[in-house]
Each structure stands twice: as C-alpha cells, then as structure tokens.
Design a protein around this ligand. Structure first.
Ligand code: ZN
Length: 83
C-alpha cells in the first residue's frame, strides 16, 4: 500500500489516498456522495458563489479604461538658468 497524491476529476481538488495502486481516475468522496445524490456539501462552488467571485475579481482588477493614465512628471521647480 502506498499514499498517492490524486486530483479529483470533478472538483479538481488535490487529495491524498492510501491505495495499493495509483488510481487512474479519481473522484473524491464528497463528489461521489454528491453524484450519488446524497445530502453532501458539494465542493464545487454554486453558480451564485462563482458569480460573486467574478464580481469581486472584477473589482480587484480594474479594466484598462478604469486605469488612470500615468501623470506626466512635471517639474515643479523653475528651470535653473544660469546663476
Ligand atoms: Zn471532488
């Protein structure tokens, strides 16, 4: 028996399993329960959660139109001409 790092084919979460052989296709227990129609918490985010995440992401990264153009560095000091 060995411990293998596997990725759930459904929710893409990394899990560690203790098996005799590395599984070729892995679905985590939670996904299995959800797929079986059991009352389990779905590890996949709901549409609402994804929608909210997208809105938060949009707020974090402004679109190019929202980015203020860089101010031209204007020299506040009058040009020192001769002295
Ligand atoms: Zn899963």
């Amino acid at each position: 028996m060995e411990t293998f790092q596997v990725t759930c084919t459904r929710c893409r979460q990394t899990r560690w399993v203790y098996m005799a052989e590395a599984p070729t296709k892995f679905v985590c227990q939670r996904c299995q329960a959800v797929l079986a129609g059991r009352n389990a918490v779905d590890p996949l985010p709901t549409v609402g959660q994804r929608e909210r995440g997208r809105r938060l992401a949009a707020r974090r990264t402004p679109t190019p139109a929202e980015i203020q153009p860089a101010q031209e560095p204007r020299s506040a000091l009058p040009l020192a001409t001769g002295s």
